[in-house]
Design a protein. Structure first.
Length: 53
């Protein structure tokens, strides 16, 4: 598959954009999961009965 220079540039721009969007999505999911995990940890450590761990 041989691309001309403008096609190659457009293709590269599209894939870069998709990659950034994909990484953003993964980060969002990761942050949501991480936040929930941190909240759960804080909740567990905040409870007086910390011997459940």
């Amino acid at each position: 598959m041989k691309l001309t220079a403008p096609q190659a540039a457009a293709f590269k721009k599209d894939t870069t954009f998709l990659y950034i969007e994909f990484m953003g999505l993964i980060l969002q999911i990761g942050i949501r999961r991480g936040a929930r995990w941190i909240l759960m940890k804080q909740f567990l450590f905040a409870t007086p009965s910390s011997n459940v761990l």
